[in-house]
Ligand binder design. Structure first.
Ligand code: HEM
Length: 402
């Protein structure tokens, strides 16, 4: 039997969730724990329960509510709250506005351009005289950041600033380190100031354009959202779209390097790639401590009542490894049909950028398999710097050779 539980979150293996998740699914699928600061929260561990809670309007995503789970990070000021942390009907305004920017057909149309970007990035890697690269620095980080700058409408010349500041900003939620937190606050201010300037440039134009900044500026003009909302939305898109995809690209590559048989299958049958990407998303669930809620009323789930006002963490990493839904769930299997995973969340907040993430990941993995068949780790697996305390699972560097 599971007795007292240590404060949450718990140590995990680099590519797998903590062992305790499996035991909780068996014995205490909805369980109350404390966060490191002492705040009580409810963990949901089974696939069906995670989907049920994410579809339940009584489970609020509004971070300004009392009881919302806090991992020791400073919550943004009320006026900086992104729509990811709002409830309908407030949230719906933003979702409607941006839906057209992320239509699957629009994202698929970007594929040739993304392919060209990835090919050029791989060309630069291959030019290294020592046949070594850091796959995180040289491919996984720059590709999603460049793609974001295209869809947002950020000038190419500002990309380096953009990349550095977004990384620093993300550390706000990822660390107990005071210096990093202060650096993150500065980065947040710098990015806001920068986006404010870009928005001002667009406001001066008669036609603000069709990219995301253009859509936001038009919405401000029409009075649908405030100028502050436009800045917050641009910031959340940068934060949500960069580190997530970058960590998936790096850890997904590592997963293929660790599973020769699956890599071989994908090399021989590239048509399996879309389904393999879903399986990688399921297996790795990189965005694993970001999906947070608070009960606005008492919620009964799996025979347990979560009282109104208490925090909820629907553990999508646990749900995606639930044997009751995915037989032999801890096995990575590119033949598995895993598209119903909850790595992109579920319900009204389900990831807006998923069509884009899918295209980017398919192109990255497909290109690596095709162009670098001899790709392998340049250091022992145990020496890799895994981001074991981060809310988004990843690896800080991935030294490779070919
Ligand atoms: C929401 C995961 C890529 C934009 C979410 C959520 C998850 C997630 C789990 C739900 C959060 C919640 O319910 O509280 C991922 C993963 C990605 C990825 C695993 C990459 C592999 C992207 C990209 C973009 C993006 C590329 C945009 C460029 C967003 C936005 C939301 C969101 C705007 C908030 C949606 C809303 O609240 O309605 N993502 N994401 N994501 N994601 Fe992603």
């Amino acid at each position: 039997m599971i007795s007292d539980l240590a404060p949450f979150p718990w140590t995990r293996h680099p590519l797998d969730p903590p062992d305790l998740y499996a035991r909780l699914r068996e014995e205490r699928p909805v369980t109350r724990v404390e966060l490191r600061g002492g705040q009580p929260v409810w963990l949901i561990t089974r696939y069906d329960d995670v989907r049920a809670i994410l579809a339940d309007p009584r489970a609020s995503a509004d971070l300004s509510r009392e009881g919302f789970p806090r991992f020791g990070f400073r919550p943004p000021n009320a006026h900086e709250r992104p729509f990811l942390r709002m409830d309908p009907p407030e949230h719906t305004v933003f979702r409607r506005l941006l839906a057209k920017c992320f239509l699957t057909k629009r994202m698929l149309a970007l594929r040739p351009r993304i392919q060209q970007l990835v090919d050029e990035t791989v060309d630069a890697m291959l030019a290294a005289p020592d046949h070594r690269a850091d796959l995180v620095r040289d491919l996984a980080l720059p590709v999603p950041s460049t793609v974001l700058s295209w869809i947002l409408g950020v000038p190419a010349g500002d990309r380096e600033f953009f990349n550095t500041e977004t990384q620093a900003l993300l550390d706000r939620e990822n660390t107990d380190n005071k210096d990093a937190r202060e650096r993150a606050l500065r980065a947040g201010k710098a990015l806001r100031g920068y986006l404010d300037g870009l928005i001002a440039d667009r406001e001066a134009l008669t036609d603000p354009g069709e990219d995301i900044l253009g859509v936001l500026v038009t919405a401000v003009r029409e009075g649908t959202i405030s100028r502050q909302d436009a800045i917050n939305t641009a910031v959340v898109l940068i934060v949500a779209g960069h580190d997530t995809t970058a960590n998936m690209a790096a850890l997904g590559t590592l997963l293929l390097l660790r599973h020769d048989d699956q890599r071989q299958l994908l090399t021989e049958q590239p048509e399996l790639m879309p389904q393999a990407v879903e399986e990688m998303l399921r297996f790795l669930t990189v965005v694993h401590l970001v999906v947070l809620r608070v009960a606005t009323e008492d919620i009964e789930i799996g025979g347990t009542v979560i009282p109104a006002g208490e925090g909820i963490i629907p553990l999508n990493f646990s749900a995606n490894r639930d044997d009751a839904h995915y037989p032999d769930a801890d096995r990575f299997d590119v033949h598995r049909k895993a598209r119903d995973h909850v790595a992109f969340g579920y319900g009204v907040h389900q990831c807006l950028g998923q069509p884009l993430a899918r295209v980017e990941l398919e192109v990255v993995f497909g290109t690596l398999l095709r162009r670098l068949p001899g790709l392998r780790l340049a250091v022992p697996f145990d020496d890799l710097p895994f981001k074991s305390h981060a809310q988004i699972n990843g690896v800080a560097a991935l030294p490779v050779t070919w």
